[in-house]
Design a protein around this ligand. Structure first.
Ligand code: TEU
Length: 569
């Protein structure tokens, strides 16, 4: 990146659509592409530059489309390829880009590649997936006979026995999501061909699902190693064998040469990378290495639990500062950050890190948004976040839909955990919190569908919805519009250096951004207490208010959940 010509995405904001929950156009209770096409004005009005579309490919929907059975089509549930072409054209006509979800660590077990692979040990596609015999000395199917002791991201073992063939196949996620074997060049080239096909169709890049898991640490004779035992579980931790494995960079560089060469400038390449470190991320996003433009990292959404996400604890603001601060510093001169609170895998930020009580919901949602968008990096807005959508109410197990939550419940209860405690953690942390329908208006299904929604609408929709906020300058929506516009307008927001202030303060998050002698001070009160600015930052008095989330009554006092962006130089 040269300072004269920073990439376009340094001043862009991405909006994520989870199509199943965005807008339903045909009354079957499931969102679809027709629904996305109906709501494009909402996106233009917000001013976002890129739409990232979660998977719409044919899929048995074991993991809501992250289990793909055909990479080059659209599931009838979501519409048709013709509608996707229409979406590309409509977005381009409005000056926006479309980024597709690319899920190539694994396929669905219904993908023809896997069916063929499974059909016989002699199948030409056998080696496209990870097949292994039972552990030496144990018969297939015996307890502990899995080839390694790895624990799946979605509970249980990462290996499932194919009874007919007597071998196990690997799945880091659900058993219906077998992992592709990237060691096999035929697999890689089939994926690259598919990616070129999408680019030729007009899409503007990819959000690459768990792309740092594609390279497994495999020994010369094909052996995979056990991981250290996990406390309280009959499994081990697979991290050292599967996260940022030895050939990750090589594979991404190869992909770059095979797919992106010659057209990289206009594209957006995002690697979703659970467990990635700052040091690894620098390598993945160093433009000179030609891998990806930015990574989606998980450190900041891993600070409010211990061990498993289903053992939540409160976030300490100083932990968040330490984490974000390290990422900002680590990618200051090389590489680039993605910035997000919400996505389809995370509980809603206003409930998780803010205060969703009636008194502070609007103020804490806008405070958190300001804090995030003013960092250096590309911000992502997840559908409904711009409306201040919150976690929902789950009365009982029947209200949950997500495979991760349901598998976790089954495993935890089977291991003797108290069902009420398990449910309480799920209410707080389940991905279903992010997947309730977008709240368009105050109608019975929040304007999402004329049918019965596949997952219940959040009961707060009558009050919290897009129609109520559209013309209200004080709304969460209006505040997001201003944040997007500020990034477009002010090069300091896009490109300025980042300096953390008050690293040890437990309630106030403050930093500066500076570029070419111009400095912005960002001060966010992440609490319901009042603070005196002069006591916090005595040397930073004054400054012109560029953007704030509350009307400033007394410039010396930072009110509960108040966020200010001030020009101080
Ligand atoms: O998520 C990757 C991932 O690491 C998740 O397991 C994440 O840690 C978890 O959802 C947090 O609770 C991606 C997709 O975003 C997710 O929706 C898919 O289920 C997963 O990959 C498998 O494709």
């Amino acid at each position: 990146m040269t300072p004269e010509q920073p990439p376009w995405w340094t001043r862009a904001v991405v909006y994520q659509i989870y199509p199943r929950s965005f807008m339903d156009s045909d009354g079957d209770g499931i969102g679809d592409l027709g629904g996305v096409l109906q709501r494009l004005d909402h996106l233009s009005d917000l001013g976002v530059d890129v739409l990232w579309l979660s998977p719409v490919y044919p899929s048995p929907q074991a993991d809501n489309g992250y289990d793909i059975s055909d990479y080059q089509d659209v599931d009838p549930l979501f519409g048709s390829l013709a509608q996707l072409d229409e979406l590309i054209a409509e977005l381009h006509g409005r000056g926006m880009k479309l980024v597709m979800d690319l899920v190539v660590n694994h396929t669905s077990d219904q993908h023809p590649w896997f069916r063929e692979s499974r059909s016989s040990p002699d199948s030409p596609k056998r080696d496209w997936y990870w097949w292994r015999p039972p552990r030496a000395g144990l018969p297939a199917g015996a307890p502990g006979a899995e080839p390694t002791n790895w624990h799946s991201f979605f509970s249980g073992p990462t290996w499932t026995l194919d009874e007919a063939g007597g071998e196990y196949f690997l799945h880091l996620f659900d058993r219906r999501q077998p992992d592709l074997n990237w060691e096999n060049p035929e697999v890689r080239h089939a994926v690259y061909a598919m990616m070129r096909w999408w680019l030729d169709r007009g899409v503007d890049g990819f959000r690459m699902d768990v792309i740092n898991l594609i390279s497994k640490d495999v020994g010369p004779d094909g052996e995979l190693r056990d991981g250290p035992p996990l406390p309280g579980l009959p499994y081990g931790d697979a991290t050292t064998s599967v996260v940022c494995g030895p050939r990750s960079h090589e594979f991404l560089q190869e992909m770059h040469r095979e797919v992106f060469d010659g057209r990289r400038e206009s594209l957006l390449l995002v690697g979703e990378m659970p467990g990635v470190t700052v040091e690894e991320a620098r390598l993945f996003t160093d433009p000179a290495r030609a891998e990806v433009d930015m990574v989606f990292q998980f450190e900041h959404v891993g600070l409010d639990f211990t061990g498993s996400k289903f053992s939540p604890r409160p976030l300490r603001l100083t932990d968040l500062k330490a984490s974000f601060g390290r990422w900002q510093a680590g990618l200051a001169d090389v590489g680039w950050n993605s910035l997000y609170w919400d996505n389809h895998d995370q509980p809603r930020a206003v409930s998780r890190f803010g205060d969703d009580s009636p008194r502070y919901r609007r103020d804490s949602a806008t405070c958190l948004a300001t804090l995030l968008h003013l960092h250096r990096g590309t911000p992502y807005v997840y559908q409904g976040e711009e409306l201040g959508m919150a976690n929902t109410r789950f009365d009982g197990l029947d209200d949950f839909r997500d495979v991760e939550s349901l598998n976790h419940h089954a495993q935890a209860v089977a291991h003797g955990e108290d069902p009420d405690t398990v449910l309480a953690a799920m209410r707080r942390m389940s991905r279903d919190n992010a997947r309730t329908p977008v709240q368009w208006d105050a109608g019975p299904t929040a304007g999402f569908t004329t049918g019965t929604p596949w997952i219940a609408v959040n009961p707060d929709a009558a009050e919290w919805n897009a129609a109520a906020q559209r013309d209200d300058p004080h709304s969460v929506l209006a505040h997001h519009r201003r944040l997007v516009a500020l990034r477009h307008a002010d090069p300091v927001v896009a490109l300025g250096d980042f300096t953390m202030l008050l690293p040890h303060h437990e309630s106030v998050y403050a930093f500066t951004r500076s570029l070419d002698g111009s400095t912005l001070l960002v001060v966010c009160n992440v609490s319901a207490h009042e603070y005196r600015l002069g006591e916090l930052l005595p040397e930073m008095g004054g400054g012109e208010l560029v953007l704030g989330n509350l009307a400033v009554e007394d410039p010396a006092v930072l009110r509960p959940w108040e966020a200010r962006v001030l020009r101080v130089g």
